[in-house]
Ligand binder design. Structure first.
Ligand code: CDT
Length: 308
């Protein structure tokens, strides 16, 4: 018997990265990514998801005073001279990947971006982060910063959905995963897989009461998004202590049932690989979250009416 052409199973990998020191050369970092891509290909993976800002340390964690240093964290072209080798590896290995990076456009606009690159090494979709957390200005008393609002504009591409193989993929980035709208808009657009990367500190200086819950809330957000929208979620961390900031790991592949199918064990470079069944999306969307039959947006506006 030949291969089952109707099968909608895929093998996917969250390619978690450990910290990237500010002193690392881009070529060294790229070698780490290529090694993960090769490892994933050996495991039979078709789709690899790298973290947010996977080519650099997460520089919004500090105030960058030097303009040349700041510009060194952004990519003007993707692929460009520093990243071409990763695209070549994808083509050779026939693996698609999602890469988070800081984008500097031709007209000097700055975005926190993710690209979906197909198995031919071509960028087929881009997403620019919409829910930027943090501040424009330095928080004097904080042990570290989140200056995403200073270094990036709010994404201007919306939540697009990209056909890929026999499914549809949506992208999101880090803080987006905490917002219900992210998954709902992507689900309404037909996405069956949401790929997202994150850089999440293990503590939140302005809300210390949440520190003990940071790993729980990471998975809670992605599991709720997956279940309430019948989709697969692949979430990938940049983990470990990076430039003095401790970041969580917990990279995971989450099913439309809300279950975590595979999860990272370390805070370093690690592949989290598993098989996913896209028909599970179809079943959950048919039998439980059937938007056409049960969702009632026309009734969601609250109308103040006296109770009789
Ligand atoms: N990179 C990023 O978006 N980080 C944020 C930190 C906010 S802490 C609640 C995140 O949502 O993980």
């Amino acid at each position: 018997m030949g291969p089952d052409m109707t099968s909608r199973t895929l093998i996917v990998s969250a390619a978690q990265l450990g910290p990237i020191p500010a002193s690392a050369r881009r070529a060294e970092t790229l070698e780490r990514l290529i090694k993960l891509l090769e490892g994933a290909a050996k495991e039979g993976t078709q789709l690899v998801v790298f973290p947010e800002a996977a080519l650099t340390p997460f520089f919004p964690h500090w105030l960058v005073r030097d303009e040349d240093e700041l510009h060194s964290y952004y990519e003007k072209d993707l692929p460009g001279p520093d990243t071409q080798a990763l695209f070549d590896a994808a083509l050779e290995l026939q693996v698609s990947f999602v890469l988070g990076y800081a984008e500097r456009t031709e007209d000097e606009r700055l975005f926190n971006t993710a690209a979906l690159v197909d198995e031919h090494g071509k960028v087929i979709h881009r997403y620019r982060k919409i829910h930027l957390p943090g501040f424009q200005t330095v928080q004097e008393k904080a042990p570290f910063q989140n200056l995403e609002k200073r270094y990036f504009e709010v994404g201007d591409l919306g939540f697009g959905v990209q056909p890929w193989r026999n499914t549809k993929i949506g992208l999101a980035i880090c803080n987006d995963r905490r917002w219900a709208e992210t998954y709902r808009v992507l689900a309404i657009g037909g996405a069956e897989i949401v790929c997202l990367g994150y850089n999440t500190p293990a503590s939140t200086p302005h809300l210390p009461e949440s520190d003990a819950l940071v790993n729980f809330q990471n998975h809670l957000s992605m599991q709720a998004g997956a279940y309430q929208n019948s989709m697969w979620v692949i979430g990938t961390a940049k983990a470990g202590t990076e430039e003095g900031v401790n970041q969580i790991g917990g990279s995971a592949v989450i099913a439309p049932s809300g279950e975590i199918l595979a999860v990272a064990k370390t805070l370093g470079d690690e592949l989290v690989t598993t098989e996913i069944d896209l028909d599970m999306v179809t079943r959950y969307r048919r039998e439980i979250f059937n938007f056409a039959q049960h969702r009632r947006p026309e009734h969601y506006r609250s109308i103040a009416r006296p109770l009789s």
